[in-house]
Each structure stands twice: as C-alpha cells, then as structure tokens.
Write a protein that binds this ligand. Structure first.
Ligand code: ZN
Length: 140
C-alpha cells in the first residue's frame, strides 16, 4: 500500500496553542485553566473565555469524559474523507469541564452502538509528522 499525502484539514499553528499540539504529539491532552475563576476551557487560548482573565495556566487532562452528542456522517464533506465514511463526529464533555469537538473512533458507526452519556477516553492519531489529533473511543 502506498502512503497517500494527508489531505484533510490540519490546524494552523498559533503561539497560543503550540504547547497543546506539542503535547498531543506526546499523546497527552492538556487544557488551559483559569487561575481567577478556576475553570478549565477548550480550545486553548491565553484569555479565559469565561471571565476574561489573563491569569491562565496549562493543566493536563485525564483524557476521560462522557459523550455529549454525536452524528454519524455517511456522505464525506470533501473527497479526502471518502474512505472514512461512515464516521462519527462527536462532542465530548471532558472530566475537567470543557466540551470538546472530536471524532468517536474504535466503535461501530451505528446508533445502536453509541449513546449519549457513554464514558469515553482519549486516543491519539498521528496524522502527519507534525500533527497528532486527539480522538475519543468508548472507555474500556
Ligand atoms: Zn476565568
């Protein structure tokens, strides 16, 4: 099998999130957390989106969460996703609080196999040399 170049969208590097992507490369999930209102948030940015404090820090997430909602995609949005369909897009409520858009993997893309509220855990997909994407699977 020949290696195809990765043709799906990739994140654009930004100073605020470089650390996040360095850590996913090490298969760790990190969040930003606010020292003023004590809430973790996603996506990573310097200013707390809840209270607008600039006093924020990085915290390592447990990688555990519950499925908030999901959709099964049968028709690929672009040709790059054609071989993936059907696949599951999902919103996961992380244990630390933030809600994160992701994919649910390692599960049948079938509504009888997936339910809202199911426990999930992070897995990491090394998609390029530079980028590793966090995805979630049913917690084992
Ligand atoms: Zn805050």
């Amino acid at each position: 099998m020949t290696q195809q170049p990765y043709s799906k969208p990739l994140p654009t590097p930004q100073p605020e999130s470089d650390f996040y992507w360095e850590k996913t490369k090490e298969h760790e999930l990190w969040l930003r957390s606010c020292n003023d209102c004590n809430q973790a948030y996603f996506y990573p940015r310097d200013i707390c989106p809840i209270c607008f404090s600039r006093d924020t820090t990085w915290v390592q997430a447990s990688g555990k969460g519950t499925l908030h909602t999901f959709a099964i995609v049968h028709r690929a949005p672009t040709p790059a996703f054609r071989d993936d369909a059907p696949f599951v897009v999902a919103i996961v409520d992380l244990e630390e609080g933030p809600r994160m858009p992701t994919n649910l993997v390692e599960v049948e893309p079938d509504p009888s196999a997936i339910h809202v509220g199911m426990p999930v855990e992070v897995v990491f997909e090394d998609v390029t040399e530079e980028i590793t994407l966090p995805k979630f699977k049913p917690a084992g």
